[in-house]
Design a protein around this ligand. Structure first.
Ligand SMILES: *Cc1c(COP(=O)(O)O)cnc(C)c1O
Length: 402
């Protein structure tokens, strides 16, 4: 059946809200772009963002940094990772995650994932014991959360400090508790393709005063750590300010100005993402060749992208599937490709981490397809996307037509 070509752009985010543009103009007119460049009595945009983000996230502390990757690097170091230390992380995640471990001199130890795309807690326990790792950089890849109750118990048993990579779970919860609140720290990204958009940027949250004080000095605060919106008390810094290097990874006032109005409207964005995601998930789930990852009741997710599996699909069929869709304007990513494409890479492309055997993860990735859902797509767009995907699957399996 010939259908209309899909003409939406998978990389087009909505514009910055007018309030954000006005606030950014005001920062530029002031000339005070550096976060510590404040007039007498002034609260900078960056300080205000930290205060507002901590309050929204429900964390005691928050620091704004240059990227999500920097938030993770700083968090690992502030949590005590030393060169050559083993650091556990998901076998399925994005390149900045093992990259952050390598940046602090750690050794990424990749843990298998399950059919539901989350870390395999049994393999986590095995590898924690085998390697003696003391840290887990838990990546909520594509917004899928593992059983967080079990994870917290397991981490306590294994004596593992948990740092959460919340690049895809800003705004998500588990049993009502915000993602990022389950371990030592939560790391968030405000890069263009995440849930808030300042081009580049990151936020690091914690309830631990000494941890955040170390992170503040590491982020490049010089001796200006009192100019923070949700930072630790001055007394906490007495030794910490002398014991930690400056790694210059600050956010600036221009980016913070763009972010504050977006944070005020994030619940609307989440509702809009989930409307699109859930519509598509329902349409795709009826096809017997497609398996949707199970979403536990305890989880509230943010459907800024959608994933599905075509169990047992042969590599040549998977290539044909994405090529047919590309020909009608639908950009689907396949995690089973031998070579990394664009933002998509897998553990076989992280040679610096050393070859690791992840047979179960590899089998899942070869069945796994992924699609971005920017908020510039309408529900009608999603209907057309579903029809194209179902058409293309039916060629494969001749099992389900749209
Ligand atoms: C984007 C991303 C990050 C960090 O992103 P930055 O580009 O460094 O801000 C971390 N983890 C995952 C899974 C990501 O997709």
């Amino acid at each position: 059946m010939a259908r209309t070509r899909f003409t939406g752009s998978f990389t087009q985010q909505p514009p910055i809200p007018e309030e954000g543009i006005a606030a950014a103009l005001a920062v530029m007119r002031s000339g005070r772009l550096h976060r510590y460049n404040v007039a007498a009595g002034e609260e900078s945009e960056t300080m205000a963002l930290e205060r507002e983000y901590a309050s929204w996230q429900g964390s005691r502390y928050c620091i704004a940094v240059a990227s999500g990757g920097q938030a993770m690097q700083i968090a690992l170091r502030a949590a005590g990772v030393l060169p050559r230390d083993a650091v556990l992380t998901n076998g399925f995640t994005l390149a900045p995650v093992p990259g952050a471990i390598a940046a602090v001199g750690g050794r990424p130890i990749l843990v298998e994932i399950t059919q539901d795309l989350v870390i395999d807690l049994d393999d986590l326990a095995v590898k924690a014991r085998q390697t003696g790792a003391r840290h887990l950089l838990l990546s909520h890849m594509r917004g899928h959360q593992c059983d967080m109750d079990r994870l917290v118990r397991l981490a306590a048993d294994l004596n593992l400090a948990v740092i959460e990579d919340c690049a895809h779970t800003m705004g998500a919860t588990w049993n009502g508790r915000r993602s990022g609140a389950f371990g030592v720290a939560g790391c968030f990204s405000t890069q263009t393709y995440k849930h808030l958009n300042s081009g580049e940027g990151g936020l690091l949250t914690s309830d631990d005063a000494e941890f955040i004080a170390r992170a503040t000095i590491l982020s490049g605060s010089y001796m200006l750590y009192e100019r923070h919106g949700a930072g630790a008390d001055k007394e906490t810094f007495v030794d910490i300010r002398l014991d930690n290097p400056n790694m210059s990874a600050r956010m600036d006032n221009l980016r913070a100005a763009l972010l504050r109005p977006q944070l005020r409207h994030i619940e609307n964005s989440i509702a809009a993402w989930n409307e699109r995601h859930d519509y598509l998930a329902l349409r795709l789930a009826v096809c017997p060749s497609i398996r949707m990852p199970t979403r536990p009741h305890a989880e509230r997710y943010v459907g800024s992208s959608i994933q599905f599996l075509v169990p047992g699909i042969a590599p040549s069929d998977a290539r044909g599937f994405i090529e047919r869709l590309a020909a009608v304007g639908v950009e689907l990513r396949w995690f089973g490709a031998a070579q990394p494409v664009g933002f998509t890479s897998d553990h076989r492309s992280w040679r610096y981490a050393g070859a690791q055997s992840l047979p179960r993860t590899d089998a899942i990735l070869s069945d796994l397809f992924d699609m971005r859902l920017p908020l510039t797509f309408s529900l009608e767009d999603c209907a057309l996307l579903a029809e194209h995907i179902l058409d293309s699957v039916s060629v494969l399996a001749s099992k389900c037509g749209a």
